[in-house]
Design a protein around this ligand. Sequence first.
Ligand SMILES: [Zn+2]
Length: 343
Amino acid sequence: MSNTTPGMVCAHHHLYSSLARGMPAPPSTPTSFLGVLEQIWWRLDQALDLEMIRASALLGALEALESGTTAIIDHHESPSAIEGSLSVIAQACAEVGVRVMCAYGITDRHGPDGAAAGLNENRRFLAEGGRGYVGVHAAFTCSDDSLEQAASLAAEFGTGVHIHVAEGPDDREAHLRLQQLSTSDWLLIHAVHLPTDHGLAGTIVHNPRSNMNNAVGYADPTRFPESQPVALGTDGIGADMLEEFRLAYCRHRESNLAATPDAAWNWLSTGWNLVPEALNDHVRWSYDQVDNPWAAAFTPGVAAQEVRIDGEILLLEGKPTRVDPLEIRAKAKEQAQRLFAKL
Ligand SMILES: [Zn+2]
């Protein structure tokens, strides 16, 4: 039993959504998952500019550090400000000191030119030595040609594709279009409506809070074969991975009274296969049994007190050492107001 762990890994984040909290209500109340995308997220992402993206990424990275999360696997979309966006995010995370793997989620929602611009941003970032995946929004918003190009770009750079798969019923057929493309380094996000015998290679990333929030159903990751890794993400709702672990356990238990917290702990631990460097990071927590799944599952509010990344102390007594959290929050508030005014 210990009060320390390696750095936590958030295997699916949207740093661009850090400014979304408190946004104005949509013009009409969504009644389906597609409605949530259309009324909320696709209006928000279109309004983003590079200044907002920077403020949003700084806030998200700060919140990750404060939660003991030292590595973020990010999935980004900002159709009005594509070029350079991944570098803005990487730079913001570097300032806070948190590791990030970036991806631009390509889509044909804005025509073939939009998809090409997204693909180019992935290529530019990776070619300049950026660390990340090739992002795809989801099969149901992409042409076959875009999916093939994303897969071959990822292979060219020796990385995987980071893609939402069967989050809602509209993407139920995704596996049929991705079967010939996926490889073991892909990240398959959500998999709520993915059949158990889907035939896709890659790590499934489960996001329990987001799935509940969008009423899309339960992914039940235990139904997939043991050979298929499962990791945990937040889908943009912060980066508190101990909390996501507790929620993952709770949701699992709700579907099966025999469930134990070990399954959710294993999902949390898969993050270290995706970003092994986080194993060299060091977090000291406010609780002396943080590494015991049964104890951690029933102890809400455990806080990171000290975080060391690559040997450097970046959080000391719960306070970041490199950046001023008040300044980051003030800037985020200012940019959130600009963003809300554009919606
Ligand atoms: Zn997502």
